[in-house]
Design a protein. Structure first.
Length: 519
């Protein structure tokens, strides 16, 4: 039950952040719509955000937490502080150099991520490069925040790190509402909002670290044994931990070759998919990594396997209905949240296509979040890399295949092919991770899986039918006012949840069928 409570804590904090994220995106849509200017900002934000997920929350956290957990298990407080100080100092030095390069070479960096704009000489390129100079230092600030969060999570202090993203949303909302109207190019206000959020997120961690007595005193430590171990583990996890993010970024790169608005449509699709992924996938990953690391350090393979089994069961029960609901309610959700003022109905239609394609891959995206810590907790970083490379190659091949086919047949939204390719690649990655854990005998499914999976599938089918029946036609949503849309959508979501969990209960599924692994 302790793991379940910790997951619930992280999940609830993440829900607060995601709800504010929705408010943020609603304001973005109202103020800026979907245009070349919004494409320019979203790419200028996506680059440091991608690096955050790759280095800070991905590679670094997955390498740092197992090493820190192992040192903590020895009970040597001096060694623990020494490791924290040297990791912090080394990370800070590397990030300062990286940030300087990013600021001074912004156009060169952007050329890697937006070749279509550069080749075609589109104005989005210069605008995005200007904003990238402002947003790039975010990687420095958020990586130090991730270091702090890793320390707190290792000591089972999950709330502060989980609440940290709230500050990003608050900062961007304030920038859009209060600052954009005062700038010659309104969208540039959002870049300054990103930078302000980075400082605020880092400062929030300091009081909690001081209470633990682990506020870092940065010291250079390239040859420090703990730093070397973290770096050794980091190198392969740069690919292995973030294949989903790499695939999403490839989508954005290829989208720069498509019509204006494609980057923005993919952004809003990704944002909506990130809600269940962030609330459940990231929460589960955050909570089980320190726990699995301790189980491995204590040489408890059975408890290790049971913890993974619990996380997978919970993921199935939660993510399957979320994916189905996103597909069925794609247009109602997008109309309710974004279709006001600058965001037109045509933008809703294009975004709904890519949202449905991303939603099909949601169970796989979350499965990767759960399965990958099963390797990193055992300090096995080589195996996930092989699987990640396979998945990325699959994604690239499918990108060209799907987009090329859709363009050839004259399909109105070829960007949908990018989202669909990412979803299928995620299933490849998840399948390989699962098979590898079974082959290494690190994971053995507990009895009762057929009951859990069968009940979830039946409940999803019934829920989908009810939602499709009650949602009605798209035109009725577009004709309704804002309050009517919100009320109607809230009733639909609540009703769908009641139907889903009601069917689960009727099928005989009880909490005890999930809680066996919550140790």
């Amino acid at each position: 039950m302790k793991l379940f409570r910790s997951t619930l804590t992280v999940g609830m904090a993440t829900i607060v952040s995601r709800l504010l994220g929705f408010v943020r995106d609603v304001i973005f849509a109202r103020y800026f719509g979907a245009s070349g200017a919004t494409d320019a900002f979203f790419l200028a934000f996506k680059i440091p955000n991608f690096m955050r997920r790759l280095f800070a929350e991905g590679s670094f956290s997955l390498a740092f937490v197992p090493v820190l957990s192992e040192v903590r298990a020895t009970g040597d407080q001096a060694a623990l502080r020494d490791l924290v100080d040297h990791v912090a100092g080394t990370l800070l030095a590397i990030l300062l150099v990286l940030t300087a390069i990013g600021i001074f070479a912004a156009p060169a960096v952007l050329a890697i991520f937006a070749p279509g704009w550069l080749i075609e000489g589109r104005p989005e390129f210069a605008l995005s490069a200007d904003m990238l100079r402002v947003t790039f230092p975010y990687i420095l600030l958020i990586s130090l925040t991730a270091l702090s969060g890793g320390i707190l999570n290792t000591f089972d202090r999950f709330l502060v790190p989980a609440l940290t993203p709230v500050l990003l949303n608050v900062s961007l909302i304030a920038a859009a509402v209060l600052l954009s109207g005062r700038m010659e190019v309104p969208v540039k206000a959002l870049a300054w909002g990103v930078l302000a959020a980075g400082f605020a997120q880092l400062l929030l961690q300091i009081p909690a670290l001081m209470r633990l007595g682990l506020l870092p005193r940065p010291r250079w430590g390239w040859r420090h044994s703990g730093v070397r171990r973290v770096l050794k583990l980091m190198v392969p996890t740069l690919i292995g931990s973030s294949v989903a993010q790499v695939n999403l970024l490839i989508d954005s790169i290829l989208a720069t070759f498509l019509v204006s608005g494609s980057v923005t449509w993919l952004y809003y699709s990704d944002r909506l998919m990130e809600f269940p992924l962030g609330v459940f996938g990231v929460a589960l990953s955050t909570v089980i990594l320190p726990n699995l690391s301790r189980k491995f350090a204590q040489k408890s393979p059975q408890a290790f396997s049971v913890t993974l089994d619990w996380a997978l069961r919970l993921a199935v029960v939660i993510t399957l209905p979320a994916a189905v609901a996103l597909v069925v309610l794609a247009t109602p959700v997008l109309v309710t949240l974004f279709q006001y003022r600058a965001f037109e109905m045509s933008d809703v239609e294009m975004t709904a296509l890519s949202l449905s394609a991303y939603a099909l891959g949601l169970p796989a995206f979350i499965a990767v979040k759960v399965l990958a810590p099963g390797y990193y907790a055992r300090q096995d970083t080589a195996t996930p890399v092989r699987y990640a490379i396979t998945a990325m190659v699959t994604n690239m091949v499918l990108n060209f295949l799907f987009v090329g086919t859709l363009v050839a047949i004259g399909f109105a939204g070829p960007h949908t092919g990018l989202a669909l390719a990412s979803s299928l690649a995620a299933y490849v990655n998840a399948g390989l991770l699962y098979r590898g854990l079974r082959a290494q005998q690190a994971y053995q499914p507990e009895p009762g899986w057929s009951r859990v999976a069968g009940a979830a599938i039946v409940a999803c089918v019934v829920m989908a039918g009810v939602l499709a029946w009650q949602a009605g036609v798209d035109e009725s949503w577009a004709a309704a006012g804002a309050s009517q849309r919100v009320t109607r959508l809230a009733i639909l979501i609540a009703g769908g949840a009641l139907v889903y969990f009601g069917v689960l209960f009727g099928a005989g599924l009880r909490p005890r069928h999930l809680e066996k692994g919550a140790v």
